[in-house]
Write a protein that binds this ligand. Structure first.
Ligand SMILES: Nc1ncnc2c1ncn2[C@@H]1O[C@H](COP(=O)(O)OP(=O)(O)OP(=O)(O)O)[C@@H](O)[C@H]1O
Length: 249
């Protein structure tokens, strides 16, 4: 990635996100400060992926607003399962997808673009994988590949959906180093995580989400046993077919 630009933040103003009539994220307000490193934690179905997709501009708010502070390039690392590994595409071409927003639909990639993609593969430990079909990679190698695609995007705001899921300890350590580098460069990083020990060790800020924001702030204050219990109880209190803004008593 290249040198640092002015850091960018995101503010949520009473944000509600729905799938049909069902609320996935419910009246959430708060701020991902420029240059912050935030973990989003919560039970299954808490709205974490929906929130990340909305931050990436892929899910339109049903209520409230997502307000960008500064002009930011946003990069999303989707869940590993979202990648179609049966599609016959080579690793270098997957990384090149990260350049599309800047190349546009009609500009052909240059030799320099391809070199950047190769360097990104090298940075995630996948040198020599350029022509390998994506379907031949292990889960850990596939996650490294998705990080390489994110690297070439050179984003100011990085949204990571379960970035260390289904990868071995060495891969997780390598990828975590990249996350630390992004944070060190002043980029804004938001990561959905289930490993609370990792969150406590590595993430200064945490949003505990259970459709509502249960807590949002410094990890030591937000990730308390009481807040985790509250998140679980809130998740269980929601009837799955509840309309937006209805909550079981
Ligand atoms: N495409 C969809 N259509 C309908 N409902 C959906 C869709 N995607 C998610 N939902 C529902 O929205 C709610 C929030 O889902 P979301 O995937 O955002 O949660 P999550 O916190 O990321 O869960 P997990 O930890 O299991 O990945 C859930 O009730 C889920 O069933």
């Amino acid at each position: 990635m290249t040198g640092r630009r002015a850091p960018a933040g995101i503010r949520l103003d009473n944000l509600t996100l729905t799938h049909g009539a069902r609320a996935a994220v419910h009246h959430v307000s708060g701020r991902f400060a420029p240059g912050s490193l935030t973990a989003v934690v919560g039970p299954n179905g808490a709205g974490k992926t929906t929130l990340l997709r909305a931050l990436a501009g892929l899910h339109k708010p049903q209520g409230g607003a997502i307000l960008h502070e500064g002009t930011a390039r946003i990069g999303l690392l989707p869940q590993l399962a979202a990648l179609d590994r049966a599609f016959p595409i080579a690793c270098l071409d997957v990384v090149m997808q990260g350049l599309w927003p800047r190349l546009g639909a009609f500009r052909a990639a240059s030799a320099e673009d391809r070199e950047r993609a190769r360097q990104a593969l090298a940075a995630v430990g996948l040198s020599g994988f350029e022509r390998r079909p994506v379907g031949s990679l292990s889960a850990g190698q596939t996650q490294r590949l998705l990080f390489a695609r994110l690297l070439v995007q050179d984003a100011d705001i990085l949204l990571l959906d379960e970035p260390f899921n289904a990868v071995d300890a060495r891969t997780a350590a390598d990828l975590l180093r990249l996350v630390r580098d992004w944070h060190g460069e002043g980029r804004t990083v938001v990561a959905v995580l289930h490993d609370l020990d990792l969150v406590t060790r590595e993430f200064p800020d945490t949003l505990v989400l259970a459709r509502d924001a249960i807590a949002w702030g410094p990890t030591a204050d937000a990730l308390t046993a009481a807040n985790r219990m509250k998140a679980r109880m809130m998740a269980e209190a929601w009837a799955d077919d509840a309309a937006a803004c209805d909550r079981a008593a």
